[in-house]
Write a protein that binds this ligand. Structure first.
Ligand code: ZN
Length: 70
């Protein structure tokens, strides 16, 4: 039996307890985002402060633009 990780933080505000080095800000959809390689999932943080975030287009926007995210 496999345990499936559940992610339910898309709409919740981020509590800031975790390291947030991997969180970037997408200027395309104006959200902070993070790709979790462990579970191959992309999370958006709507209420995350964009201050000093690295600007990088998120994977969803890249796909929408037809570019290939690697
Ligand atoms: Zn985006």
């Amino acid at each position: 039996m496999k345990r499936v990780p559940r992610i339910k933080r898309n709409r919740k505000s981020y509590d800031g307890k975790r390291a947030d080095n991997n969180i970037k800000y997408c200027e395309n959809c104006n959200k902070c985002w993070e790709y979790n390689g462990n579970i191959k999932s992309l999370a958006h943080y709507e209420d995350f402060p964009t201050y000093k975030r690295k600007r990088e287009t998120c994977i969803i926007c890249l796909k929408r633009q037809g570019a290939h995210a690697r």
